[in-house]
Design a protein around this ligand. Structure first.
Ligand code: F6P
Length: 355
């Protein structure tokens, strides 16, 4: 490994946190330490780079974090391109802290900044993909997604238990921003009767018909809905963040769908919003291993001077892809998955679930 020019590397985590970040930080720090490279942890994403705030990050600091949720570095949704002199300040921090490389861990926003810093300023950056939304197109999976969907499946099954006891329809709203992967996987894995995704407008009549059929057969029904779905004929006031993305917290999808379902079916409906619970807690086995692998690979790209790249999972291999390619397009649920979902939710009839 050509580590001779690399003395100090900074790491940052930006955007929404997710389980798997700590294993990735650990993987990178341990691998770099093996080559005698010193690591710094930038505080709270790009904000730390703008303000020049960093802490030492040693193998001892990361020894036991593989099973810990969140990120020990802290995070923010700060965009240097939206701050007065922000990009200049990031470049100054590189100089002031004598950084030879920066490993930026984030989703499309954080990595979009990294990509621009590389193409416009040739700052030596490497990207690590993370997001519970799983919406980065250049990688098969991002860590955080498996844990988030696993937590949501557990929530969905709990809802079904109480729904069956009370003979109610239960609806679970999950996160996922503008990609429906979390809702899709949760719905498939929990055997939901209907799944609402942001990739297509909700067909209220179709949803009501399937929910009624499921309820008639099983005395309860389960609907999983993504936070960004649109109901026909509704206009929602939009609030945007520093990256120009809609802040979805006040959309009230669960309430609006509950109301529509009660009206159309005449059944009693209760809903729950899982929200940030999906982003906390210990990473699953899959996310621990994926986080570790991409963290180690990012360190190796830095050691090799292979900047301007993001580490992607392709099949079972972790490989570099250019940051530009990695941030070009959002990965949304495609027709093949929609067809699979439609086939499974079209099935009704008696099952052994009924008490
Ligand atoms: O991008 C990850 C994500 O969890 C989205 O699914 C969600 O819409 C958003 O972050 C919530 O952001 P915040 O933590 O800023 O409320």
């Amino acid at each position: 490994m050509a580590a001779k020019n690399l003395k100090r590397v900074a790491l940052l985590t930006g955007g929404g946190d997710c389980p798997g970040l700590n294993p990735a930080i650990r993987g990178a720090v341990l691998r770099l330490a093996q080559e005698g490279v010193e690591c710094l942890g930038m505080r709270e994403g790009w904000r730390g780079m703008i303000e020049g705030k960093a802490d030492p990050l040693t193998p001892a600091d990361v020894a036991w974090i593989v099973g810990k949720g969140g990120t020990i570095l802290g995070t923010s949704r700060t965009n240097p391109y939206k701050k007065e002199g922000g990009v200049e300040k990031v470049a100054e921090t590189f100089k002031k802290l004598e950084l030879d490389a920066l490993i930026a861990m984030g989703g499309e926003d954080t990595l979009g900044v990294a990509s621009k810093l590389w193409t416009e300023r040739k700052l030596p950056v490497i990207g690590v993909p993370k997001t519970m939304d799983n919406d980065l197109s250049a990688t098969d999976y991002t860590f955080g997604f498996d844990t988030a969907a696993t937590v949501a499946v557990d929530a969905a099954e709990r809802l079904r238990d109480t729904g069956l006891s009370h003979r109610r329809v239960m609806l679970l709203e999950v996160m996922g921003r503008h990609a429906g992967w979390v809702a899709l996987f949760t719905g498939l894995a929990a055997g939901a009767d209907y799944v609402c995704l942001p990739e297509r407008p909700v067909d209220v009549k179709d949803m009501a018909a399937k929910v009624k059929a499921a309820f008639a057969a099983r005395k309860t029904a389960l609907v999983v809905a993504s936070e960004a779905v649109d109901l026909p004929g509704e206009t929602v006031k939009k609030e945007l963040d520093e990256f120009g993305h809609e802040v979805l917290k006040s959309r009230g999808v669960a309430e609006r769908l509950t109301e529509a379902l009660e009206k159309e079916t005449g059944l009693e409906v209760r809903s729950a919003v899982i929200g940030h619970i999906q982003r906390g807690g210990a990473p699953t086995l899959f996310d621990r291993i994926l986080g570790t692998r991409v963290g180690v690979k990012a360190a190796e790209l830095a050691l090799a001077g292979d900047f301007g790249n993001m580490v992607a999972l392709k099949g079972n291999a972790v490989v570099p892809v250019s940051l530009k390619e990695a941030t070009a397009k959002l990965k949304t649920v495609d027709k093949e998955w929609l067809d699979l979902l439609d086939r499974l939710t079209a099935i009704s009839g008696k099952t052994p679930v009924a008490a």
